[in-house]
Design a binder for this molecule. Structure first.
Ligand SMILES: Cc1cc2nc3c(=O)[nH]c(=O)nc-3n(C[C@H](O)[C@H](O)[C@H](O)COP(=O)(O)OP(=O)(O)OC[C@H]3O[C@@H](n4cnc5c(N)ncnc54)[C@H](O)[C@@H]3O)c2cc1C
Length: 408
């Protein structure tokens, strides 16, 4: 595309959006649009261009007041907004990545562990060609749900700060251009604060999940670029020496997939065997690969040090040094406790569970609710989509009780 054509195309896209916003009476002006690098816009497909342009055209929204602001557009956040809307409230979702950002960053070829109907929200059926849906199908499903309910999702905007109190919260966000462009990297990897926006809301739901913060082993060399805390796909590791750390589903699935795509795989786990929660259809597969020596497993063992070309393990038989090109440390993830505490939410001492009213999920901070996996604190295997999707109904019930009798 010639430079002049590109300039016209970009101008058209911007003008469309401005016209749309003016039509909505937002009072938003051209000068508020930050400039994306033209090269990024040029490379993008028409759909992606609209994604790239959409978040930066979100106006500061301090003139409008929402009944409910939901932080995080994962399955639980979406369900919370849907239930609030169905109860007649005006809801907005703020999402620092893309829609269902955690699911987007799951392994590319994954299938879910559960059948589709257990992932449904808002009473929208989830059609799938498989007994267990693929990640692609799930992404499409949640896109369709968001469209169906016309959810107001502000993507690529991170909630930075909350002030005010029950009935009148002020939420400050920053739009993050680097995260838009880095959407294909790890879920929380790059964060360069961009334009700021403000929202006012009567109530808040925090549904920020746990997938942004990996559990760090704190071993020397963990920060080397060859060490990953997220597994995406196997092809780049063909013919390489790969160490997988962990003993749960994610580690077992990654080890199997890497081995099937020609990597030389070693697995190290600090316990004596794989975790009992490894799914019944995955367990025999990985156990047989280990028995056949196709995946070399070290149980009751830990990583002592990661070096550029090797790893040092502490095993029951003493230290073992393995030749190594890449490491997948799949040792779990945890919620952003400091974000919750920053809102004034108290956590239990042992398992870091937010203090909540068990019926309504309202926290110790009046007007702030939690939904989804963060309700379980560090016990991230207690709540998943299957059960977290119902939190929104409990919250909406309480909103009806409290907001319909209160003065806006
Ligand atoms: C590989 C894998 C397979 C799984 N398979 C299944 C399965 O088969 N069935 C099942 O039920 N569960 C499954 N789970 C678990 C399930 O995906 C999670 O429990 C679920 O996504 C939690 O939903 P959530 O809405 O609470 O959090 P999330 O889906 O993690 O959503 C939280 C959202 O909040 C956003 N966010 C965080 N901080 C901010 C901020 N400050 N500002 C704005 N946005 C923010 C994040 O970007 C994210 O999009 C699986 C998990 C993994 C890792």
């Amino acid at each position: 595309m010639k430079t002049s054509d590109r300039a016209v195309a970009i101008a058209e896209l911007r003008n469309c959006r401005i016209a749309e916003l003016n039509h909505q009476g937002s009072g938003f002006s051209n000068s508020a649009i930050p400039q994306l690098p033209n090269s990024a816009i040029r490379r993008a497909s028409p759909h992606r261009r609209s994604v790239l342009l959409n978040p930066i055209t979100v106006p500061p929204d301090n003139t409008q007041k929402f009944d409910l602001l939901v932080v995080g557009a994962g399955p639980s956040g979406l369900a919370s907004a849907i239930e609030a809307q169905r109860a007649g409230f005006r809801a907005v979702l703020i999402e620092k990545g893309c829609l269902v950002n955690s699911l987007f960053h799951y392994p590319a070829n994954m299938t879910f562990f559960t059948t589709p109907e257990l992932l449904e929200i808002g009473d929208i059926p989830f059609p799938s060609a498989h007994v267990k849906p693929t990640r692609e199908e799930a992404l499409e499903y949640y896109r369709k749900v968001a469209e169906h309910y016309q959810l107001d999702v502000r993507q690529y905007e991170r909630v930075e700060e909350v002030s005010g109190s029950d009935g009148d919260f002020l939420v400050r966000t920053s739009t993050v251009e680097a995260e838009i462009l880095g959407a294909l990297e790890g879920p929380g990897k790059r964060h360069v604060p961009g334009r700021r926006a403000e929202y006012r809301a009567r109530k808040l739901v925090v549904a920020t999940g746990y997938y942004d913060l990996p559990n760090i082993m704190q071993v020397p060399g963990e920060d080397l670029p060859k060490v990953f805390h997220y597994y995406r796909e196997p092809h780049p590791f063909f013919g390489r020496d790969v160490l997988v750390i962990g003993g749960k589903n994610s580690a077992a699935i990654a080890a199997l997939e890497l081995w099937r795509h020609g990597a030389r795989v070693a697995l190290v786990h600090r316990e004596a065997a794989l975790h009992r929660h490894v799914k019944y259809w995955i367990k025999p597969d990985i156990e047989n690969r280990i028995k056949n020596g196709e995946v070399t497993a070290y149980f009751d063992s830990t990583v002592k040090e990661i070096l550029p070309e090797s790893v040092l393990l502490q095993t029951p038989n003493g230290e073992v040094r393995l030749k190594n090109d890449f490491v997948f440390a799949l040792t779990g993830y945890h919620p952003d406790y400091s974000f919750l505490q920053g809102l004034g939410i108290q956590l239990t001492g042992d398992e870091c569970r937010p203090i909540v009213n068990q019926e309504t999920l309202e926290t110790n901070v009046s007007g702030i609710y939690v939904a989804g996996v963060i309700v379980a604190g560090s016990k991230t295997n207690e709540i998943f989509i299957e059960n977290g999707r119902f939190h929104g109904q409990r919250i909406a019930q309480d909103l009806k009780r409290k907001l319909l009798t209160a003065t806006p």
